[in-house]
Design a protein around this ligand. Structure first.
Ligand code: 13P
Ligand code: SF4
Length: 349
């Protein structure tokens, strides 16, 4: 396999990738969606990649599915579908494209492959992992089953295919409460995010929820004291936290929800000032659609999500690598857990 400098040489020999202010000026429609957060000089560098990716995407019959934490030039420049983990899983079942390029982390690409075993699913960087997915194995699920006999296991979608295959049903941050409420059991195991589990437990006190000891390295960095101090210094700011944050952080916030939930809340409430207690790109990606909102305050970067760049997306489509493969037996069992989640989330409550 070629190393990055060799790949770069091959890409530059094949596509016109030099910074191009003229092309950037002609691509004003794309730029208008990220003007507030991407400088004209940066756009002149991104535009040739965006143009090359979009042309190659059509040639290959590919669709790009991008998570809300992708950088603005990917999110607004090349993605066909954007969303939270649940939206991306659902869209993966709907796409007509033969090739899916997953702009997100590895478990998302694996989920797309599980739901589309005959399609080609490409991952621009296989090192784009997730601290939650890394925190548990199928043996860990078996351990929880032994400790809590008869309790159903609900695994966050941020897990490997093996863990999904060993679980009864999956959940995402947008449907976890709905899934837990719908399960006919007094005790329920949630893996691997202890904070999501604790935040769900606070909303579903009638059930006993037990959890695995995993956490997200991005959201666990926030503390309740940070939030209180921020509120004191910035009175009137609406504080919106992702449920992967510790429960005392969520308790200090005005609203908590998945990345789609955050976007819906901002769109409905249109606060004058907002602090999004989540990954940095979330505020960047919704900034231009909400010029009336001033997004302020600290954010934390996900080092895994940030491994995905325009250059790697172009290489992925150019070389048709790296293709995600999942063992057929594991994929079959994992598909049941994911499909149960999709079916249950679609139910009106
Ligand atoms: P959602 O987009 O489902 O809220 O998940 C956030 C996340 O951490 C994905 O890795
Ligand atoms: Fe995983 Fe957290 Fe990064 Fe999401 S933000 S991919 S949960 S490490």
């Amino acid at each position: 396999m070629l190393d990055m400098p060799a790949r770069r040489d091959e890409l530059r020999a094949t596509y016109d990738l030099a910074p191009n202010p003229g092309l950037a000026a002609r691509m004003q429609d794309e730029y208008a969606r990220m003007k507030r957060v991407v400088s004209p000089a940066d756009w002149a560098m991104h535009a040739p990649y965006v143009a090359a990716i979009n042309a190659l995407k059509r040639e290959r019959g590919a669709a790009i599915l991008a998570h809300n934490y992708m950088t603005p030039e990917i999110f607004h420049g090349v993605a066909d579908v954007v969303g939270d983990s649940l939206q991306l899983a659902v869209e993966a079942t709907r796409t007509k494209a033969d090739v899916i390029v997953q702009c997100g982390v590895h478990f998302m690409a694996e989920t797309s492959k599980i739901l589309n075993p005959t399609k080609t699913v490409l991952m621009p960087d296989m090192a784009a992992g997730c601290s939650l997915a890394d925190s548990i194995t199928a043996e860990g699920v078996a351990e929880m089953r032994a400790r809590y006999p008869g309790a159903p296991v609900v695994s966050y979608v941020n897990t490997t295919a093996e863990v999904k295959a060993a679980s009864d049903i999956c959940c995402t941050s947008s449907n976890a409460v709905q899934i837990i409420r719908a399960l006919d059991a007094e005790t329920i195991v949630m893996t691997p995010d202890k904070y999501l589990a604790q935040n769900v437990a606070a909303q579903v006190p009638e059930k006993r929820i037990v959890w695995w000891d995993g956490s997200c390295i991005v959201h666990e960095q926030y503390t309740a004291q940070d939030i209180r101090e921020f509120r004191d210094w910035n009175p009137g700011t609406r504080i919106i936290a992702h449920p992967e944050c510790p429960p005392d952080v969520v308790a200090e916030a005005d609203f908590s929800g998945s990345t789609k939930g955050i976007l819906d809340y901002v769109s409905a409430e249109r606060p004058e000032r907002a602090m999004l207690v989540t990954e940095c790109s979330m505020a960047s990606n919704i900034s231009d659609a909400h010029p009336e909102v001033e997004f302020i305050g600290p954010c934390n970067m996900c080092p895994y999500m940030k491994k995905i760049t325009l250059e790697k997306v172009l290489w992925s489509l150019h070389s048709m690598t790296t293709q995600i493969e999942v063992d057929a037996d594991i994929a079959g069992r994992a598909r049941q857990a994911v499909q149960r989640m999709i079916d249950l989330s679609a139910r009106k409550v």
